[in-house]
Structure formats: structure tokens, C-alpha cells
Design a binder for this molecule. Structure first.
Ligand code: NI
Length: 266
């Protein structure tokens, strides 16, 4: 069966794994039902590439930010550079940014740069895409303090943490992990998260869902994640794709969603 309204809330098409056939792959995306992709930067170099892709393809959008794994050689004026890039009309968010305690990266530096990017997102009135790996406590401390409009990508926390995020107005995005055999937590979140706060993503080229696990992931594979999530929630896959597209457009402040909300209120 063919699906439509596949919105990939978080991907990295600048990754070298796509070097051989990137544009052929992206040229065929819409014919496979993909209606939107937010490509996330991890530093200034990739931020510029994300904007190039967003200029080339109507359905692609960019998030600009510094990933916690990319903080060596952080330029002193990186915030000014991000602010300038964020002025581009297809930059829809600041990200990806956050905390990663899996790797041995100085925590003070990570926390400072995450906090600075939260403040930047608030100043620019842009949503924030958050990476949280094995750093739930410190991530939540900062998010509770500033209350940005945030998406926790590849959410890996508990149901309790998810509920706290939802209470703070945040969104949760789930990727291929929902389909993994050992992913009891991701499955619980897929069942429990309020439907109006759920987004789907790939984090392509990584985290390919079953039956593609271990292979290079692309946005069309979201269908596998959607099928599993829809089955858990006892709903139709296309219905879930329709709703998660609407949620993504609401989270990223797309014009059509903003207009319909506006006209509904007046
Ligand atoms: Ni990512």
C-alpha cells in the first residue's frame, strides 16, 4: 500500500553515507509519499549545507545549531553566526543541540552551549530540537528553567519524563527504535504519548527501522515506524501519518498550520 503525508521531523542528509546518490534519492522522495523533511545541522558547516538543500527542494527545511558532539573548535562568535543563518526563510528551528553524556565531552561546556542555544531560540522565537542521550536530568533542568518550544528527538526517557515534557508544552519525536525488539521504553512512549504531541523521524542515515535495521535509513522508511506505532495505538497507519504531519507543521510553525489556527480563532 502507498502512503502519503510522511513528514520526517529530523534527518541528516548531509551525512557522507549519502554521498553516492544523495540527490537521486531526494529527487524521488515525494513520489514515495514524503511531504516534508527537516534536515538538522550539527555545526556551522552542516548548517550551510542544510540551507542549500532547503533551497533546492521545496519539501526540505533546515534546523541550525551545534550538536554536543561537535564542540571542539567552537567559534567564539557561533551564536551570531547561527542567528544570521536562522534568518533564512527555510530555517524552521534551532538544532540539533542538547547534551550527550555517552561520550567523554566536558559537561560544563555542553551545558553552557546548550543553554546559550536555548536562549537563542527564545530570542529568535524559533522552536528548538533537543538531543538528550543519557543526560535526562540535566536536560530537563535546563528545559524546565527556560520552557522553550522544544522537540525531544529520538526520545529515550521514561513515561514520567515524557509526561513532564508534555506538561511543559513540548513535543516528542520517535524514530526507528520503536520497531526494535529490545525497545520496551520506546514502545511504551509510542503507546502513551498524547497524539497531538507526537512526531515521527528517521535521524537518517542512522536508526533504520526493522526490517532495514543496520542499513542506511531514509525518510520513506518512516512507514515502518508509523505502522508499528499505529498498531500499538490501534489506529490506521495513514491516519497516524496525517496527524504527525499536522503536528510537525504546528511544531515548526509552518504557515498553513498557523493560518488555520488563526482563522479558527477569529
Ligand atoms: Ni540527529
Amino acid at each position: 500500500m502507498d502512503f502519503c503525508n510522511i513528514f520526517d521531523a529530523h534527518a541528516h542528509y548531509d551525512d557522507k553515507w549519502f554521498d553516492d546518490d544523495r540527490f537521486e534519492l531526494l529527487d524521488g522522495m515525494q513520489s514515495r509519499g514524503v511531504c516534508g523533511i527537516v534536515n538538522n545541522a550539527v555545526d556551522l558547516r552542516t548548517a550551510k549545507i542544510c540551507i542549500d538543500y532547503a533551497e533546492k527542494y521545496d519539501f526540505m527545511y533546515a534546523a541550525v545549531g551545534f550538536h554536543p558532539e561537535n564542540l571542539t573548535d567552537l567559534p567564539d562568535d557561533y551564536l551570531e553566526s547561527l542567528a544570521r543563518l536562522a534568518g533564512h526563510k527555510k530555517v524552521v528551528a534551532i538544532g540539533e543541540t542538547g547534551l550527550d553524556y555517552h561520550w567523554d565531552i566536558p559537561k560544563d561546556l555542553q551545558k553552557r552551549v546548550f543553554e546559550e542555544q536555548i536562549r537563542l531560540a527564545l530570542d529568535l522565537k524559533k522552536p528548538l530540537v533537543v538531543h538528550d542521550r543519557e543526560a535526562h536530568g540535566d536536560t530537563m533542568d535546563l528545559l524546565k528553567r527556560y520552557k522553550p518550544k522544544a522537540l525531544i528527538h529520538c526520545f529515550s526517557g521514561s513515561v514520567e519524563m515524557m509526561r513532564e515534557c508534555v506538561k511543559l508544552g513540548m513535543y516528542i519525536s520517535l524514530g526507528g527504535a520503536v520497531t526494535f525488539k529490545n525497545a520496551r521504553r520506546a514502545v511504551e512512549i509510542a503507546e502513551e504519548v498524547p497524539i497531538d504531541r507526537l512526531l515521527l523521524e528517521t535521524d537518517a542515515p542512522y536508526m533504520a527501522p526493522v526490517p532495514f535495521r543496520g542499513k542506511r535509513c531514509d525518510s520513506s522508511m518512516i512507514v515502518c515506524t508509523a505502522e508499528k506505532t499505529a498498531a500499538l495505538r490501534k489506529m490506521k497507519t495513514q491516519e497516524l501519518l496525517d496527524i504527525t504531519r499536522q503536528n510537525a507543521e504546528a511544531f515548526y510553525n509552518f504557515q498553513p498550520a498557523a493560518q488555520s489556527i488563526h482563522s479558527a480563532n477569529t
